[in-house]
Ligand binder design. Structure first.
Ligand code: GTP
Length: 689
């Protein structure tokens, strides 16, 4: 505890103060002195007995006592410290008086205004404020702060100790005189800053111990514990230090201490610690100037941090814009990571990144095996339900992930993103181990009893000095902690991934819809084909040829256009089937249809009338043209070579020409009759109506 902040024994129950000032406990009405520090006479020249008997006016004079009462009416503390001059031990002394309420009592602190350092105070503060305002980064700023504070207070060593998320402190900046040991970069264990100590800094942002060896001064008269609670001195700057704290500072050769809190929005961020190697009286004015400088520097520090966070978030936004271009595209997690993995690793200071979605997975950099990734996500699915990220920088200590081989990864930030109503995808960022050697200034309290370096056990004076100056510890199994902005950035990224995933889902659905529409159109086409074509010969079926006949008949009627109808039938087809099989019979019908099509003009139509019977509708053809066509067909079929049927086939054709007033039925009947005659006349011939 080299910095001397641990004063758990100097709690609210402390009933003694440091001798650098005097203290009075007054009643709530500022009318009576309940207790006074034993050194009252040496500080303000009034004996304790007189103060207790005659009250505040004897100590401060009537006018000041009235002013104190007036200023504290309805207020917790004076609006500003008062200063008075008093003759003490024959010397005119300037004093600073501050007062505040504490429960049912008023605590008054009286401190001599020391001349040292207070000259040109404002000029010094202004110079350092300017330096602090010029600092472009936190390191320069903290250097300016420790230099400025040391310039003001004249301490032998001034340092800034910043706390990490675990409450451990690190010396981030230091200014020291010649021959003073450096504590720069050393660590202070969190156990040196117990919650009570931190709370006291909330109450009073500053602690000043000008001489740690000065004997404590008691309050008089001593309180009978039965008579009620001791006055609460926790808010007093003058409260004495604990024996343990004194002991510790002595071992560090620190004889005087000034510590000033640096508060962030979420609590104590760090401390400015000023060490004197010999007693170091400090004027209250100098102390307050150091407090102001620290206050301004702290504000500036958080402004710089906010700016650097803003710059980082701008980089995140840039990367989001790049990602935005993926929305219109169907990309797999693997492709996304190929394109953006490198930049995400840089952005998150990570060594590996994986995207795990149901049925898809992608990885970039150093990541565990696919099997482990799946197991990891299954565990996270079970244990992590809120939408924020899950993170750890010491995976070995995370019970959820016990037994999983995460390879080099000791840090993981996992953030989920919704895929539809129940499914989630996961963005997993891995950090590799970062070994670190910590130099502890002092040992953590818990270590003291466990005592790893046994040689350094208390009692061995020479080694104990070493114990407080430096103790090496190798930190393993940890990676860089995940910062708040990085967590925010990961959530932004996950949001984008959700948008990409849903945009892609919509695209996938659209594509499925499109292909289903195509399949439907195809089915419709097939259905239409089936409805109009004969499946065996692929010529028009009876329904379709009837339609055409009706159309052509009405055209013939309207324009008196000639039209011939040929009806033909394969001769002895039953025999073909019976002799060669039905399959060959089918082939004969198809070959015949192909052959007839070859002979027909574009404007002629061929249809299968049924069985082995076909119809040809010859437009713009009179009976003679119809007969000519029929004869050509008959000859071509008679000459047609059909594999497996050496004798070939013949057809008998009946031809009828349109006559005004003809219906389909009548025209067909005449053609049928002619075909019947052709059959009857010996087949393989053409007959007209
Ligand atoms: N392979 C096959 N045979 C068919 C098909 N449609 C009808 N047939 C057959 O065609 C034959 C027609 O026989 P019939 O009406 O006796 O006439 P045919 O044997 O051709 O004798 P004629 O017409 O008098 O010369 C029957 O055996 C039917 O089974 C078909 O799609 N494929």
């Amino acid at each position: 505890m080299p910095i001397g902040t641990r004063d758990t024994s100097t709690t609210a129950l402390s009933s003694s103060i440091q001798p650098c000032g005097a203290l009075l406990i007054l009643d709530a009405d500022v009318g009576r002195v309940l207790q006074a520090s034993a050194n009252l006479a040496s500080i303000i020249g009034i004996p304790v007995e007189q103060a207790l008997e005659e009250g505040p006016q004897a100590v401060f004079g009537h006018e000041l006592a009235r002013r104190l009462r007036r200023e504290l009416t309805g207020r917790q503390r004076l609006s500003g410290a008062l200063s008075v001059k008093r003759r003490v031990a024959g010397k005119l002394t300037s004093l600073q008086i501050d007062a505040r309420r504490s429960g049912e009592q008023v605590i008054v602190e009286i401190e001599p205004l020391i001349r040292n350092g207070s000259r040109r105070l404002l000029a010094t503060v202004n110079t350092w404020l300017a330096r602090i305002a010029e600092a472009a980064n936190p390191d320069d700023l903290l250097d300016a702060l420790v230099s400025g504070v040391r310039d003001l207070t004249g301490h032998d060593r001034v340092l800034v100790c910043g706390f990490d998320a675990d409450g451990h402190g690190t010396v981030l900046a230091e200014q020291r005189g010649a021959g003073v040991m450096s504590l720069l970069h050393m660590r202070f264990p969190a156990s040196d800053f117990p919650p009570r100590t931190r709370e006291l800094y909330d109450l009073v942002p500053l602690r000043n111990v000008p001489d740690i060896s000065a004997p404590a001064v008691e309050l008089m008269p001593a309180r009978d514990p039965k008579a009620g609670a001791h006055p609460d001195l926790s808010s007093s700057l003058l409260r004495s230090i604990s024996p343990g704290q004194r002991d510790y500072l002595e071992r560090l050769e620190v004889a005087a201490l000034l510590s000033i809190a640096m508060h962030a929005d979420n609590g104590l961020w760090g401390l400015v610690l000023c060490h004197g190697m010999s007693p170091h009286p400090l004027s209250p004015a100098v102390r307050d100037a150091a407090l102001s400088l620290t206050h301004m520097a702290t504000q500036r520090l958080f402004l710089l941090k906010a700016r650097s966070e803003a710059r980082y978030l701008q980089r995140v936004q840039d990367s989001r814009q790049l990602l935005g271009s993926e929305r219109g595209e169907l990309v797999t997690p693997a492709t996304l990571l190929q394109r953006h993995g490198e930049s995400w690793l840089a952005l998150f200071r990570a060594h590996g990144v994986a995207l795990v979605m149901p049925g898809h997975e992608g990885a970039f950099g150093e990541v565990p095996t696919s099997q482990v990734l799946q197991a990891l996500v299954a565990r996270l699915e079970d244990t992590h339900h809120h939408p924020g990220p899950w993170s750890s920088h010491a995976l070995g200590e995370a019970p959820q992930l016990a037994g999983l081989d995460l390879r080099h990864a000791t840090g993981l930030m996992a953030v989920s993103f919704p895929l539809g109503e129940t499914l989630r995808g996961w963005l997993l960022l891995f950090r590799a181990e970062q070994r670190e050697v910590r130099l502890w200034a002092g040992l953590p309290g818990s270590m003291r009893s466990a005592g790893p370096p046994r040689a350094l056990a208390p009692g061995d004076g020479s080694l104990l000095v070493k114990l407080f100056s430096e103790w090496r510890q190798e930190i393993q199994g940890q990676s860089l902690p995940w910062e708040r902005v990085e967590r925010l950035a990961a959530m932004d990224l996950a949001e984008d991934l959700a948008v990409i995933a849903s945009a892609q889902e919509i695209q996938r659905l659209n594509e499925r819809l499109r292909s289903e529409q195509q399949a439907l159109a195809e089915a419709n086409r097939r259905l239409e084909h089936l409805a109009l074509f004969d499946p065996l010969t692929q010529v028009w079926n009876r329904y379709r040829i009837e339609q055409s006949m009706d159309i052509e008949l009405s055209a013939a009627e309207r324009y008196a256009r000639p039209l011939a109808l040929l009806l033909f039938d394969v001769d002895h087809f039953k025999e073909v089937n019976d002799t060669h099989g039905h399959e060959l019979g089918d082939r004969v019908l198809s070959s015949l249809a192909r052959e007839v099509e070859q002979v027909l003009r574009e404007s002629d139509f061929l249809g299968r009338w049924g069985g082995e019977e076909f119809v040809v509708l010859a437009t713009n053809s009179d009976l003679e043209a119809g007969l000519g066509l029929a004869e050509r067909l008959r000859q071509r079929i008679a000459e047609l070579e059909i594999g497996g049927l050496p004798e070939g086939v013949t057809i008998s054709i009946g031809v009828a020409a349109w006559r005004p007033g003809d219906t389909r039925k009548r025209l067909l009947a005449r053609a049928d009759e002619a075909m019947y005659r052709a059959k009857a006349a010996g087949r393989d011939r053409v007959e007209a109506e």
